[in-house]
Design a protein. Structure first.
Length: 244
């Protein structure tokens, strides 16, 4: 892992010094910190544009290498969400975007990044709000980060797999990773209706497969290429059930 200040994934393997370009992936680093991610997460119009663009670059220009994405850090004075109003969106984008994900302490608890009387980087290094973990809203946010983080940890397809959209409305996509005899596949849906929902999984899971939604814990069987779920959540994280 290397840090070349200002490097962004849109540059592909090169860092532009104006007078010359240097490929730090060539016999040097396998991955670089991606200073561009916070801007992409904020400015790109939707999840699919973000996910697809990163997947495409990592599977072509940077194939065999990766980038480390972050949304806040100890010395970046322009974090993705300085007022901590987009904590759920931050987790969803950070954990589900292809590449490597780095959490800065307190991201998962909406630790303040704007502190009264603090100057400069001191705002970014506030005390960890341990006393808020049991608060209702903070606990709900933390649970969201934990569920997405655990799902990502269990499935290399999320960070390193091939990305493909399944449907735009509702937004559902798949990630598939294969190397040697190992294969990992998941189906993910975002901004789904709460309550009853039907997800097309035919491109990943065959009929009769028991599928588990890691977000709600609900298990169901694939019937005619789809799974039917009923829960209060607007996100689904589908993986093969343990009994397959």
């Amino acid at each position: 892992m290397g840090e070349v200040y200002g490097y962004g994934i849109s540059s592909g393997p090169f860092y532009n010094f104006s007078d010359k370009k240097v490929n730090y992936f060539d016999k040097a680093f396998q991955s670089l910190i991606n200073f561009e991610f916070k801007w992409n997460a904020k400015q790109l119009p939707n999840y699919e544009t973000l996910f697809a663009s990163y997947a495409s670059t990592l599977q072509t220009k940077l194939k065999g290498n990766s980038v480390l994405n972050y949304l806040s850090s100890h010395d970046d004075g322009q974090p993705f969400d300085p007022e901590r109003k987009r904590g759920f969106e931050a987790a969803t984008k950070l954990f589900l975007t292809p590449g490597i994900s780095q959490i800065y302490y307190g991201d998962e608890l909406a630790r303040p990044l704007v502190v009264n009387q603090a100057k400069g980087d001191a705002n970014l290094r506030s005390n960890m709000p341990w006393n808020t973990i049991s608060d209702g809203s903070t606990k709900t946010l933390l649970t969201h980060w934990q569920k997405l983080g655990s799902f990502r940890k269990n499935h290399p397809a999320i960070g390193a797999g091939q990305h493909a959209i399944i449907s735009e409305e509702p937004y559902v996509f798949r990630r598939v990773y294969a190397k040697d005899d190992y294969k990992d596949s998941v189906v993910i849906g975002l901004d789904l209706p709460k309550g009853n929902k039907t997800i097309d999984v035919s491109s990943v899971f065959s009929d009769g497969t028991i599928v588990r939604d890691a977000y709600s814990g609900e298990e169901t069987k694939v019937v005619k290429g789809a799974v039917h779920l009923e829960n209060k959540h607007s996100i689904v994280l589908l993986e093969k059930g343990a009994n397959n």
